[in-house]
Design a protein around this ligand. Structure first.
Ligand code: OSB
Ligand code: MG
Length: 366
């Protein structure tokens, strides 16, 4: 497929409510979109980097910079997604920027051939069970209200964000209020150290599905040590940036579950490789989220339909995040989202909405 040029488009998406984690508060999702233009059509990729380098080292301005200065100029004039991945490999890191470009090319390629993301990746079902990630709140009653709202909407699993000082009490309160049948898990976003092992082990009493990324992203050995001290399964998010990282984590015993985020690992090809590796090792995976718009969500929902995704993902409905999405909204039905079936992502940006949220755009000719 010939590539004519690339548009980098920055949009600002107000969140319906602030989303607080152990690393910061988000009130507006600042998103970089990559649009690949070919003689036959176009393709879209959403960069999941955040405004500031707090979740990981990437941030939106940095992603835009590495795309325009290094990744886009390295593209062959004729390329498919695999060729794009190879061409970007000499540049270290910047997985989220790479993922956005590779996804845009993959979308263009699949739209041209009439195949859906789900079909291409190997989706095994036509809808996926959905969980919801619930931020840190000012009080336990406020948290119980929020969780109650999501349970009423039909979410099949709840993830609570935790940090030191906001862990046992909110988990206990949610367990007591919503009962033992609620699928419940927690995510620390690297807020603890191994010195907190005894505190974290107290979470064992609440029958959690898993504890996500308790320790720092580069602490694989310490995650392995912690895993031996907990009954709750340890899941890794930030620590896993490649299939090699996943293999190391599994070998070390640092993770018994893996959160796959395509942006964090450099794209859907790598995400699929991690899925295949985990299936081969009997390690359950689930699809994480980065507060994506409908464009990123479409591809995530397709990925989450692969057979190894045996736990509900952070693939919530559009309305959990935005009053108005840039695509037709993803809506929860019976706790599930439908996997798009149209060519490529199977969803299109709504031109007027996209215009209203756009804050900057730039065209790079190849
Ligand atoms: O750690 O999974 C995370 C959002 C932004 C950055 C990191 C994380 C998250 C979430 C929200 O937990 C997942 C979602 O609903 O998109
Ligand atoms: Mg996480």
């Amino acid at each position: 497929m010939k590539i004519t040029g690339i548009e980098l488009r920055r949009i600002a998406m107000p969140l319906r409510s602030p989303f607080r984690t152990s690393f910061g508060v988000e009130t507006t999702r600042d998103v970089l979109l990559v649009r690949v233009v070919t003689p036959d059509g176009e393709g879209w990729g959403e960069c999941v980097a955040m405004s500031e380098p707090r979740y990981c080292s990437e941030y939106v301005d940095g992603a835009a910079d590495v795309l325009r200065r290094f990744l886009v100029p390295a593209l062959p004039a004729v390329a498919d997604a695999h060729a794009v991945k190879r061409a970007m490999k000499p540049f270290k890191g910047h997985k989220m920027a790479k993922a956005a470009l590779e996804t845009a090319v993959l979308d263009a390629q699949l739209r041209a051939s009439g195949q859906s993301f789900g079909g291409y990746l190997g989706a095994a079902r036509d809808r996926v069970p959905c969980g919801v990630s619930v931020g840190i709140m000012d009080s336990v009653p406020e948290l119980l209200d929020a969780v109650g709202g999501f349970v009423d909407e039909g979410y099949l699993r709840v993830k609570l964000k935790i940090e030191p000082g906001w862990d046992l009490a909110p988990v206990r309160a949610v367990r007591e209020r919503f009962g033992d049948d609620l699928l419940l898990q927690v995510d620390a976003n690297a807020a603890y150290t191994l010195a907190h092992a005894r505190q974290l082990a107290k979470l064992d009493a609440f029958d959690l599905l898993l504890v996500e990324q308790p320790l720092a992203d580069d602490d694989l050995v310490q995650h392995a040590a912690l895993a031996k001290l907990l009954r709750t399964p340890v899941c890794l998010d930030e620590s896993i940036e490649s299939a090699e990282d996943a293999a190391a984590a599994i070998t070390l015993g640092a993770a018994s579950v893996i959160n796959i985020k395509p942006g964090r690992v450099g794209g859907y090809l790598e995400a699929k490789a991690i899925h295949d590796l985990c299936v081969a090792h009997g390690v359950p995976v689930w699809c994480g989220g980065m507060l994506e718009t409908g464009l990123g969500r479409a591809a995530n929902v397709a990925l989450a339909a692969l057979p190894g995704f045996s736990l509900p993902g952070d693939t919530s409905a559009s309305g959990r995040y935005f009053a108005t999405d840039i695509t037709e909204p993803f809506e929860l039905a019976d706790g599930h989202l439908d996997v798009p079936t149209g060519a490529g992502l199977g969803v299109d940006p709504l031109a007027e909405v996209l215009e209203t949220v756009t804050t900057a755009r730039e065209w790079i000719r190849l």
